[in-house]
Ligand binder design. Structure first.
Ligand code: NDP
Ligand code: GDR
Length: 337
């Protein structure tokens, strides 16, 4: 049976991907930070999907090739998924250097460790629609030029091109998934979808009276994380490595998302939501929407969850969380197929 190694296994996508690979019979290893936070705090996402005891965890420093090489030798993976990143665009404006190191430079440590120790492994890089930034054309395809608008986006462009370079220079089986926003109940509240759906649940329960957001006119292509990790796996099953846009192809404004989320509980968002310029970003990605034709043709991939279903699913999950309290996240996740 194959073995997979996932960096960022404790994040949203890491947990969903680990669950998918375990279900397919893989032995799953994950790289975690060598810090002193308690396991209950580190492994929340894995615990929510009830797989925290089914994966093998190894501590390593992403900026240290030798430390990554040790884990690669120990786990001997057939597939490596590089999901670790400082993944908040907003935070990247405050910590541009650290974001550059973790989300950009460290990919090279991992590629180098793979090349020297497990050269036949297949490699997945978590690229992002944020690389398109001030998009040069609509919808964005694999050939659309990049124009990042944040330290995060710029770091991801570097990581993307280094992955392509390892493929072209050394023949590595390395693929990049250019994923557009994908959400789930495992998203932390610092991202806008969970910020909104948590607020909706709390307002409905009488625990909160208002919701302050930044720019409501931004437009995104939002999908479900459970669908998107399937695309990652499919990319590494192809004979030839390549890069793919993974998106729904549908664009919605944040205002639409908010309006729909409040409608789920029978409320009018205009009575609760304010937009505060203090929450606007120094530079914004105004609108992105992906063309998923190549993924459909070559991988046979298409998203299953539609926008309206996604919004309802996220709101319902947060309503349960607020009603039953956070410790019942496992209950919430039973429906997160
Ligand atoms: P999360 O923020 O949920 O997870 C990030 C993961 O990276 C966590 O496991 C985190 O560990 C780890 N990590 C962060 N900093 C470090 C560090 N300094 N050392 C070691 N590990 C670290 O991200 P997602 O699951 O949402 O995204 C997965 C990947 O896909 C990321 O690379 C993201 O940039 C990219 N992406 C995400 C999209 C989305 O819409 N979700 C869209 C396109 C790309 P810890 O738990 O210890 O913090
Ligand atoms: P994003 O996601 O920056 O697209 O990055 P986020 O949910 O943070 O923002 C989406 C859009 O909403 C606007 N916005 C707000 N955002 C937050 N977080 N909080 C607010 O109060 C708020 N008000 C308005 C933002 O300005 C933005 O336009 C996510 C991450 O997962 C990245 O790692 C990933 O690469 C991209 O998606 C694709």
């Amino acid at each position: 049976m194959p073995t997979a190694l996932i960096t960022g296994i404790t994040g949203q996508d890491g947990a969903y991907l680990a669950r998918l690979l375990l279900a397919r019979g893989y032995t799953v290893w994950g790289i975690v930070r060598a810090d002193d936070r308690p396991a209950s705090c580190k492994l929340g996402s894995l615990a929510a999907l009830r797989i925290e005891n089914d994966v093998r965890l190894a501590a390593a420093e992403l900026r240290d090739t030798a430390s990554l090489a040790r884990v690669i030798r120990d786990s001997a993976p057939d597939e490596i998924y590089n999901l670790a990143a400082q993944s908040s665009v907003a935070q990247s404006f405050d910590t541009p250097l650290e974001t550059g190191e973790i989300s950009g430079l460290s990919v090279v440590c991992l590629l180098q460790a793979m090349r020297e120790n497990q050269p036949d492994a297949r490699f997945y890089q978590a690229s992002s629609s944020e690389m398109y930034g001030q998009a040069r054309e609509t919808p964005q395809t694999e050939d659309t030029p990049f124009y990042p608008r944040s330290p995060y986006g710029a770091a991801k462009v570097y990581a993307h091109w280094m992955t392509v370079n390892y493929r072209e220079a050394y023949g590595c089986h390395a693929s990049c998934g250019i994923l557009f926003n994908h959400e789930s109940p495992l998203r932390p509240e610092q991202f806008v979808t969970r910020k909104v759906t948590t607020a909706v649940a709390r307002i409905k329960a009488g625990l909160q009276s208002a919701l302050v957001l930044g720019n409501l006119e931004v437009q995104r292509d939002w999908g479900f994380a459970g669908d998107y990790v399937q695309a990652m796996h499919l990319m590494l099953q192809q004979d030839t490595p390549d890069d793919y846009v993974i998106a729904t192809g549908e664009v919605h404004s944040l205002r639409e998302f908010v309006s729909l989320a409040f409608q789920v509980v029978g409320l009018d968002y205009r009575e609760y939501v304010q937009s505060d310029a203090a929450l606007f970003r120094p530079a914004e990605v105004q609108a992105v929407v992906g063309a998923n034709g190549k993924a459909a043709r070559k991988l046979g991939w298409s998203p299953r969850m539609k926008f309206e279903q996604l919004v309802e699913f996220l709101v319902e999950a947060d309503i349960k969380r607020v009603r039953k309290d956070e410790s019942n996240i496992r209950y919430v996740m039973e429906e997160a197929t």
